[in-house]
Ligand binder design. Structure first.
Ligand code: SF4
Length: 291
């Protein structure tokens, strides 16, 4: 493994410079820990497809969203340590269980460790990179040879909003560059609609966020290829520290979500759009953690 990358860590846009051979950086972990792995049935249909997406939830995150639905992992650092051999065993367990792919959730702070594992073992099913979008292109280039499908968030356009909710004013500036890189992955899918390669961009509609969502959709229309799929999520649920932000203490209304959907249709996304039932919001849809 390339320990040099970890000694003065600048793997992510936070560039905190921690020596992760000695301890954790601002993302909260020095080395991989996981809180759960299982066949996830509720991702987009092209991802969960038939038996489910073999989802691996990693501990720690470089983006500290105040409303994070995986708060126990991203902030409270829940999870058990795993080395390369244990990670490989997890990939193999998921393949044996019939997973349609291996989905790595929020792992950009762990890229050197994942490259080490993939050099030893390449899953025979597609690998999904499920991320916040707040990533450096130079780090994505290291993991790109092992990734088939990009599943990034695109959270905020407004620097004011991203600063308020994540502490990062440059979220869009960074994420937009990351998405332009990810969008180079060619689209491949089976006749039945299972995604084998490509990009699905997720956007979570926020309370009072309609205007920002519409701006992001217009950016996606202009800058993403026609092969990019768009997933508009309505599942925002007050969680984590959201009670400190009055506007975040409620779910997204039907009117807000429909206004964003209407814009997506007006922009011509309907053939490559995943919409979400508003009943998907609620803590019942947050996984229970195993470790
Ligand atoms: S990946 Fe973690 S340790 Fe490295 S720069 Fe980002 S926050 Fe700091």
């Amino acid at each position: 493994m390339d320990f040099e990358l970890l000694k003065n860590c600048k793997l992510c846009p936070v560039e905190c410079g921690a020596d992760r051979t000695k301890g954790a950086g601002a993302c909260g972990v020095s080395s991989p820990r996981i809180a759960k792995y299982y066949l996830h049935p509720f991702e987009e249909p092209c991802i969960s497809f038939s038996k489910g997406s073999g989802t691996v939830f990693f501990t720690g995150c470089n983006l500290q969203c105040v409303f994070c639905q995986n708060y126990e992992l991203s902030r409270a650092k829940r999870g058990k340590e795993v080395n390369a051999e244990e990670l490989i065993r997890i990939f193999q367990d998921l393949e044996t269980a019939g997973a349609d792919n291996i989905s790595l959730v929020t792992a950009s702070h762990l890229v050197p460790y994942l490259v080490e594992a993939f050099k030893l073992y390449r899953p025979k099913i597609p690998v999904v990179w499920n991320s916040s979008g707040y990533e450096k292109v130079s780090t994505l280039q290291l993991i790109d040879p092992y990734v088939d499908i990009y599943l990034p968030d695109l959270k905020f356009y407004s620097p004011t909003l991203s600063k308020r909710y994540t502490g990062r004013e440059d979220y869009f500036e960074v994420a937009s560059k990351a998405l332009l890189f990810m969008a180079k992955k060619p689209l491949r899918q089976t006749a039945e609609g299972k995604l084998l390669s490509g990009i699905v961009v997720r956007h979570l509609v926020m309370p009072l966020g309609v205007s920002d969502s519409k701006t992001l959709l217009r950016w996606l229309k202009t800058h993403m290829p026609e092969t990019a799929k768009i997933s508009l999520m309505s599942q925002y649920t007050p969680y984590g520290e959201s009670d400190k932000y009055p506007e975040l203490t409620r779910k997204v209304t039907a009117r807000e979500y429909e206004a964003v959907l209407k814009e997506a249709f007006a922009l011509g996304f309907e053939d490559r759009l995943f919409a979400q039932d508003r009943s998907s919001s609620g803590e019942n849809y947050i996984p229970t953690w195993d470790f």
